[in-house]
Design a protein around this ligand. Structure first.
Ligand SMILES: *[C@@H]1O[C@H](CO)[C@@H](O)[C@H](O)[C@H]1NC(C)=O
Ligand SMILES: *[C@@H]1O[C@H](CO)[C@@H](O)[C@H](O)[C@H]1NC(C)=O
Ligand SMILES: *[C@@H]1O[C@H](CO)[C@@H](O)[C@H](O)[C@H]1NC(C)=O
Ligand SMILES: *[C@@H]1O[C@H](CO)[C@@H](O)[C@H](O)[C@H]1NC(C)=O
Ligand SMILES: *[C@@H]1O[C@H](CO)[C@@H](O)[C@H](O)[C@H]1NC(C)=O
Ligand SMILES: *[C@@H]1O[C@H](CO)[C@@H](O)[C@H](O)[C@H]1NC(C)=O
Length: 492
C-alpha cells in the first residue's frame, strides 16, 4: 500500500515538474495557483536534480510476496526528496477543495438550516402555547423535554452565529426567540411547580384514597366472584342466612329427605332440581320429584314423579340426570336414570358398613351419603377398618367403581351432616336448635384435615341432608321437611 502511494506521488510530482517547465501557471485557477506556490519552495532543491535523472525511476522490478501483495523497491537517490511535503500538499489540496466547496454552498446551507430552526421554533412555540392553554398536559416530563430541545437549539444557533462571517439578521432573530422561549418555559415551570403540579399530586392522592376506600367497601359488600364449576378460590369462607324455599311436596310429616340441583358438567346452565322426601318413618326412599325450573318447584309443577323400590336414608343425590342412592337394606349403591325411569346399575360399595350403624348424629339410616362437586361424584360412609370415621370415596359414575379412597379421623356418628366442595369434605355439627356449625374439613387434594368455624343458621332442629351444587354454588339443605338454600362466599 505504502509503495503504491509513493508511486502515485512520484507520478504527480512528474506532472507538476512538467507543468512548470511548460510555464502554464498564469491560466490556472487560484486553488491550483496556491498549490503551485507552495510547491515552488522545495522545487529549488530537488526539481533540477529530478529533471536531470528521469531514468532513475523509469524501470522498477516488482515481486509478489506469499500473501499475493505486489512489492517493489524504488531507489531514491536524493534523501531530501520532499515525500512528506508532498503528502502535506495532498492533504492541503484536498482541504482547500473541500473548504472552497463549503464556502460556495455555505449560503444555501445556512438558509436551509435556518428554515429548519424556524420550523423547530414554530413547533416549540405551538407546544408551549398548547401547554399554556390546557393545564391537563402539564407534566414535569414535558418541561424536561422542552428544556433539552431548547438548549440544543441554543447551542446550534450559537455555533451558527460564530461561523457566519459578520452579523446575520435571521440568526440573531432566532437567537433572541430561543432566549425568549427559555424564559417562557422557566416561568411556566415555576408557575406549575407552585400550583398545578401540587394540585395534580393532591388529586392523585385523593383518587388513591378514594380507590382504597371503594375497595375496602367492596370487600365487605360484594364478595369476589368465582365462576360456577371453577375451583380457583381458596375454599369456603362463609354461608349466608338460609332462604326458606318451601315445605317439601309431601308435607310437614315428611321430616327426612334430601333436595338439590342437578350438575351436568356438559350442560351446566340447565336447571333441574330434585326433591326426595323419605317415607314418614324416615328410612324408605320411595318417591321423588324432578322439576325443570325453580319456578316449577315453587308452583308444585313437577316434570316427573318417580317411584323406587326402595332407597334407604337421606343420602341421595342427582348428578348429570342420574339419581344415585343407597339400595334399601343392602351395601349396594344404585344409579338410576330419571329420564327413562330405570335402574342403570347397582353395585356393592366395598367395606361399607350399613344398617344405621354409622349414620349421622340425630339422623337415622344415612350410612351412605352421596355428594356432588366440581370434580364429580363422591360417596361418604364409614368402614369397620376406619373405626366408624368418615371414609371419602371418589366414584366412577359410569361403573360405580371406587376410583380413590381417603380415610379421615372424624367419627361419622358425631357429625350432623357433610358435603363436598372442590374436592374438600366439610362436616357440620349441631350447636343448638337454631344453629349448625361447619367445623371440620378434609382436603382430598392434599390429604390434610383441618378445623373451620362457619356458623349456619337453621329454621328447625335437625338437618337431614346438605347437598352442594357446583352449578349455582349454593347449599341445598333439608331441614325437618323444609327446603332451605344458602349462598356461599369463597376465600381468595
Ligand atoms: C526497461 O526495461 C526493459 C525490459 O526490462 C528494457 O527493454 C528497457 O530498455 C529498459 N529501459 C531503460 C530506460 O532502462
Ligand atoms: C414540526 O411539526 C410538524 C408537525 O407536527 C412535523 O411534521 C415537523 O417534522 C416538525 N418539525 C421539526 C423541525 O421538528
Ligand atoms: C422577546 O421577548 C421580549 C420581551 O418579552 C419581546 O420584546 C421581544 O419581541 C421578544 N423577541 C422575539 C424574537 O420574540
Ligand atoms: C366496586 O364495586 C362496584 C360495583 O359493585 C364496581 O363498579 C367497582 O369497579 C368496584 N371497585 C373496585 C375498586 O373494585
Ligand atoms: C358470615 O355470614 C353471616 C350471615 O350473612 C354474617 O352474619 C357473618 O358476619 C359472616 N361472617 C363472616 C366472618 O364474614
Ligand atoms: C370410568 O369408567 C369408564 C368405563 O370403564 C372409563 O371409560 C372411564 O375412563 C372411567 N372414568 C374415570 C374418571 O376413571
Amino acid at each position: 500500500m505504502k509503495h503504491i502511494q509513493v508511486a502515485l506521488l512520484l507520478l504527480m510530482l512528474s506532472i507538476v515538474t512538467q507543468a512548470s517547465t511548460t510555464e502554464a501557471t498564469t491560466s490556472m485557477s487560484p486553488l491550483i495557483d496556491t498549490t503551485l506556490q507552495y510547491l515552488s519552495q522545495p522545487r529549488e532543491t530537488t526539481a533540477s536534480h529530478l529533471r536531470m535523472t528521469p531514468e532513475l525511476f523509469a524501470n522498477v522490478s516488482g515481486s509478489l510476496d506469499d500473501r499475493g501483495n505486489c512489492q517493489c523497491s524504488v531507489y531514491l537517490p536524493d534523501t531530501t526528496f520532499p515525500v512528506q511535503k508532498a503528502e502535506q500538499l495532498q492533504v492541503i489540496a484536498t482541504t482547500l477543495v473541500e473548504k472552497f466547496e463549503r464556502e460556495l454552498s455555505v449560503v444555501k446551507e445556512y438558509s436551509e438550516r435556518i428554515e429548519l430552526y424556524q420550523q423547530k421554533i414554530l413547533n416549540l412555540t405551538i407546544r408551549v402555547e398548547h401547554m399554556e392553554k390546557t393545564s391537563v398536559s402539564y407534566t414535569e416530563l414535558d418541561f424536561q423535554l422542552l428544556k433539552v430541545e431548547i438548549s440544543d437549539l441554543d447551542r446550534l444557533v450559537t455555533q451558527l452565529k460564530s461561523t457566519v462571517i459578520g452579523s446575520n439578521v435571521i440568526v440573531d432573530q432566532i437567537y433572541l426567540e430561543i432566549r425568549n422561549l427559555t424564559i417562557l418555559v422557566n416561568e411556566l415551570e415555576s408557575l406549575d411547580k407552585n400550583n398545578i403540579l401540587a394540585i395534580r399530586r393532591q388529586i392523585v392522592s385523593l383518587q388513591n384514597r378514594l380507590k382504597e376506600c371503594e375497595e375496602s367497601r367492596n370487600q365487605t359488600t360484594a364478595p369476589p366472584y368465582f365462576p360456577p364449576g371453577s375451583c380457583i378460590h381458596g375454599g369456603l369462607l362463609n354461608v349466608s342466612q338460609p332462604y326458606v324455599v318451601k315445605l317439601n311436596w309431601r308435607g310437614s310429616s315428611f321430616k327426612y329427605g334430601s333436595w338439590g340441583r342437578d350438575y351436568s358438567p356438559s350442560d351446566p346452565e340447565q336447571e333441574v332440581y330434585w326433591v326426595a322426601p323419605l317415607n314418614a318413618e324416615g328410612r324408605y326412599l320411595q318417591y321423588f320429584r324432578i322439576y325443570k325450573t325453580f319456578d316449577d318447584l315453587l308452583l308444585f309443577k313437577p316434570m316427573y314423579e318417580r317411584t323406587l323400590a326402595y332407597g334407604e336414608g337421606s343420602g341421595a343425590a342427582l348428578y348429570n340426570k342420574f339419581l344415585y342412592y343407597h339400595a334399601y337394606s343392602s351395601t349396594n349403591i344404585v344409579k338410576y336414570d330419571i329420564t327413562n325411569n330405570r335402574i342403570v346399575l347397582s353395585k356393592a360399595l366395598p367395606n361399607v358398613v350399613t344398617g344405621n350403624r354409622f349414620s349421622y348424629a340425630g339422623v337415622s339410616w344415612q350410612d351412605i351419603d352421596f355428594a356432588v362437586d366440581e370434580n364429580g361424584l363422591w360417596v361418604l360412609y364409614s368402614t369397620e377398618n376406619n373405626m366408624g370415621n368418615i371414609v371419602i370415596s371418589k366414584l366412577n359414575e359410569t361403573t360405580l367403581d371406587v376410583i380413590n379412597t381417603w380415610q379421615t379421623r372424624q367419627y361419622k356418628p358425631s357429625v350432623s351432616n357433610a358435603f363436598m366442595l372442590c374436592g374438600v369434605l366439610y362436616a357440620t355439627r349441631t350447636v343448638n336448635t337454631r344453629k349448625e356449625e361447619i367445623f371440620y374439613m378434609y382436603d382430598t387434594n392434599t390429604g390434610q384435615e383441618g378445623r373451620v368455624n362457619i356458623m349456619m343458621d337453621k329454621k328447625l332442629d335437625t338437618i337431614q341432608g346438605i347437598d352442594y351444587s357446583p352449578t349455582d354454588q349454593k347449599l341445598y339443605v333439608y331441614n325437618d321437611g323444609y327446603l332451605l338454600r344458602y349462598d356461599i362466599t369463597f376465600r381468595h
